[in-house]
Design a protein around this ligand. Structure first.
Ligand SMILES: [Zn+2]
Length: 112
């Protein structure tokens, strides 16, 4: 990659494809004009003055981000969801590596 070129932001993915920051900005702008809207993570309203991110509601970017359902979520809610996913994936990786996943797959289920 040439100096000065920037890789597409890893979270700017729509339907599994990286999009330009311009496309992303336009999508954000359209949502900004439609606030308040319900946060898909906590169900509270996102107000125009709140700090929010465009959130991949259907499928997280870490798992491919093939969703087209991208809408605002509170930044705190979005980051919390991302952290939980990261932790779940780490635990799954450890379970698979240690052989636990094959022996006792129910251990991978989240606690009730
Ligand atoms: Zn929220």
């Amino acid at each position: 990659m040439a100096v000065g070129q920037r890789a597409p932001h890893r979270n700017r993915v729509i339907a599994g494809r990286a999009v330009t920051s311009e496309t992303w900005k336009q999508l954000r702008q359209r949502w900004q004009e439609r606030l308040p809207t319900e946060c898909p993570r906590c169900s509270l309203l996102i107000q125009p003055w709140d700090i929010w991110d465009l959130d991949h509601v259907g499928e997280p970017v870490a798992l491919g981000g093939r969703t087209t359902d991208i809408r605002p979520a509170h930044r705190a809610c979005n980051q919390r969801a991302g952290g939980e996913l990261t932790q779940a994936m780490r635990q799954l990786g450890q379970a698979v590596a240690s052989g636990k996943a094959a022996q006792r797959p129910w251990l991978l289920l989240p606690p009730p």
